[in-house]
Design a protein around this ligand. Sequence first.
Ligand code: SAM
Length: 270
Amino acid sequence: MTPTFSSGWLAVREPEDARARSTALAEALASQVHGAPIIAHDLGSGTGSMMRWLAPMLPGPQSWHLHDRDARLLRRVAGAPRPVDDDGSVVSVSTHVGALDDLGPEDLRGASLITASALLDVLTEDELRAVVSRCVAASAPVLFALTVTGDVAVTPADPLDDDLRAAFNAHQQRAHAGVPLLGPTAVDRARALFDRAGWEVRVADTPWRLGGHAPRLLAEWLAGWTDAAVEQGPQLQSAAAGYRARRTAQARAGALSVDVHHRDLMAWPR
Ligand SMILES: C[S@@+](CC[C@H](N)C(=O)[O-])C[C@H]1O[C@@H](n2cnc3c(N)ncnc32)[C@H](O)[C@@H]1O
């Protein structure tokens, strides 16, 4: 079964995603984009969080094409307010349901830029290869934001942190239909594929810094992190229940902070 994502989870993470993504790489991307209108393709778009973040940093007119295999998430795009460009004009948006490895050469033809956010770690090696080869064929600069690195720093430290982190990271690379997901290896794999194509690559660290300012995201992240670790290592179940109770009490007291590390990758043809 392929992983699915609820619109509720995507909405809860959107403000911290926006804070975390690299504006330096977004500016570098903007400097590579010439001509009008800007034709932007967002891969694994969900409800359009990446577009809402990036569109206001780019000049208009802009035409965004959102690609996702989850039609439920794409339907939410129609009901959401349209983002605006850097001049305050509304951008145009279309949605396309389908798997990314089924994108044909025509689908990205004429792209000015290609983006993704929180996507690479949930792809398989074959899906990533297909995505990179389509981007290379389109010859448009790409910005792939917020790929997990597997590093999580929880403060204060707890004796169970390391076991849960190891089980969660193994869960991230679990097999779907017999094929493992890339999980924390995804940025290095993407970098290697763009290097091999002769493209320039820049990477930036873009951690979530969770604490009292984002109590709901912190609570949902903690639940998801421990549940996934227990699914991977059922022997952790009772210890993880105690861990979650301790961490929840610390969060309620404003005494818990978590850094969840990600990296953004920008690549462009030389
Ligand atoms: C973690 S969500 C991120 C969504 C959105 N980019 C955001 O930041 O809110 C990953 C998204 O990628 C989509 N996705 C994952 N693998 C895909 C594939 N092979 N083809 C098409 N969409 C895919 C999922 O349906 C989901 O919407």
